[in-house]
Ligand binder design. Structure first.
Ligand code: ZN
Length: 153
């Protein structure tokens, strides 16, 4: 198990556009494993590569601790409905905000063997996918939060 340092808001790497992954390498496999380790250690439900300083279009999500997903070069194909709720980010420690997002998404991505898959998600999983997807384009949820961020008690 290897943990990576989580970059926090103010770090320029979090504002950058990530590059597509062209092929699987040992380095990228290790990155993905480290991202899961880092996410679980920090008790997060998602982590995107730029959060550990790597500008690649990769994120991992596991909203219930039992369904780990890797998304490489993801595309959001459909979005519908609306959900408004609390959202936090490992790169914005100690805070949360209220963010409105689509309640449903259909996403296409490559898995860690570079095989394409499609996933339909709702509620928390859909929120996590949209949040992590934004990281790949250099966006943080704080740009979308309604009102001021709140402190985690
Ligand atoms: Zn985040």
């Amino acid at each position: 198990m290897a943990l990576r340092k989580i970059r926090t808001i103010g770090d320029e790497v979090l504002t950058r556009q990530c590059r597509e992954v062209k092929g699987m390498t040992l380095r990228t496999r290790t990155l993905i494993q480290d991202m899961f380790d880092t996410m679980y250690e920090a008790a997060g439900v998602g982590l995107a590569a730029p959060q550990v300083g790597i500008l690649k279009r990769i994120f991992v999500v596991d909203v219930d601790g039992e369904h780990p997903y890797v998304f490489i070069n993801p595309e959001i194909l459909e979005m519908s409905g609306e959900q408004t709720g609390e959202e936090g980010c490992l790169s914005v420690p100690g805070k949360y905000g209220i963010v409105t997002r689509a309640n449903y998404v259909k996403v296409r991505a490559l898995d860690q063997d570079m095989k394409p898959f499609e996933l339909e998600a709702e509620e928390l999983l859909a929120r996590a996918i949209q949040h992590e997807y934004d990281h790949l384009d250099g966006h943080l949820y704080v740009e979308k939060a309604e009102g001021d961020l709140q402190e985690v008690e």
